[in-house]
Design a protein around this ligand. Structure first.
Ligand code: NAP
Length: 304
């Protein structure tokens, strides 16, 4: 009989970097004032979330394309020394009104613009934000290989790619992917079954999970298109949270952390108290039975 609770490590490798098991995301960060940005990023770093995730597109529709990178760049400029405390991830390839453009020229221009906005000399991990169906994998890889040879990026990866798209792109790369970033949460479990998380273990790739609380639905119990699925999951999260004296959002994060691919959930809250509280997920002793009961609640049927 194995141990009844699932181990959660405190840190892991992402390519050449050592990172905490929680990350902090800047999707909702644009428009943040300098003092607020300072509080949020420092709170993330205090809980060990040293991976800071952003993207060129974040801010579009609000402060504008690049708004989130610019807010973070202003902070990095003001607080010298902060940059060395973080592993900086950004993404390229979404350029409204054209949905996706991962041509070599565009990826290189986008990376250079991100470097300027972020006021830094290198991107630690550069991700293709979404697959561009019209650019050959060979050309996308050429852009990433070129940027790495130039020292503008140190590691690379993909976001929202299928398993076969990831494998096809990797085939043209001069270096292995360090990371991928799919949506993963108790509400969105496809990567557990489609081979994505197996690939991560096979190739030592770090899976980050975007919207780990399903954009807040797994904290509030509201706001999902599938209210039936959300209600089933919330019943399990609340049951386990009551038993372990914590809250459902913490159990939802622990559920990701306990997966053997060592998923790194990206915290999206803009409230420092919630960023801080997320660290409790690292201490949850989730029972094997409870992990599976959350999964079956999500699927809506028993496992075979
Ligand atoms: P999330 O953690 O699933 O959702 C964050 C939202 O939930 C915020 O609006 C937050 O509101 C709310 N929330 C958190 N805790 C709550 C609580 N206890 N009660 C009620 N509401 C709560 O993550 P996300 O922001 O959707 O995504 C996280 C990161 O993933 C992003 O910042 C970005 O870096 C990345 N991302 C990547 C992609 C991609 O395509 N690669 C797509 C989406 C996101 P408050 O701010 O008020 O706390």
């Amino acid at each position: 009989m194995t141990s009844n609770t699932l181990p959660i490590s405190r840190s892991r490798k992402m390519g050449q970097f050592q990172i905490g098991r929680l990350a902090y995301g800047c999707w909702r960060f644009s428009g943040t004032s300098l003092p607020e940005a300072r509080k949020k990023i420092n709170t993330a770093l205090e809980i060990g979330a040293n991976l800071i995730d952003t993207a060129a597109i974040y801010g579009f529709g609000k402060e504008g394309f690049g708004g989130a990178e610019a807010a973070l760049g202003d902070l990095l400029d003001a607080d010298k020394g902060l940059r060395e405390q973080m592993v900086l991830v950004t993404k390229a390839g979404i350029h409204p009104p054209i949905p996706y453009d991962s041509t070599k020229e565009n990826l290189i221009q986008s990376c250079e613009a991100s470097l300027q906005r972020l006021k830094t000399d290198r991107i630690d991990v550069f991700l293709i934000h979404r697959p561009d169906l019209l650019t050959p994998h060979e050309e996308v890889a050429d852009a990433l290989n070129t940027l790495r040879r130039q020292g503008k990026i140190l590691e690379a990866g993909v976001s929202n790619y299928t398993l076969s798209q990831t494998r096809a792109l990797q085939a043209f790369m001069e270096f292995p992917f360090a990371a991928i970033q799919p949506e993963i949460s108790a509400m969105t479990t496809e990567t557990l079954f489609d081979g994505t998380l197996d690939m991560c273990q096979e190739w030592s790739i770090t899976p980050m999970a975007w919207s780990p609380l399903a954009a807040g639905a797994l904290a509030s119990g509201e706001g999902s298109a599938d209210q039936g699925q959300l209600s089933r999951i919330m019943a399990e999260l609340n049951r386990i949270a009551d038993f372990t004296n914590t809250t459902p959002d913490i159990i939802a994060l622990a559920w990701l952390l306990a997966h053997p691919a060592r998923i790194v959930p990206i915290i999206g809250s803009q409230k420092t108290e919630r960023i801080s509280a997320a660290s409790a997920a690292l201490d949850v002793k989730l029972a094997r039975q409870d992990w599976y009961s959350i999964l079956t609640a999500s699927l809506g049927h028993k496992l075979p």
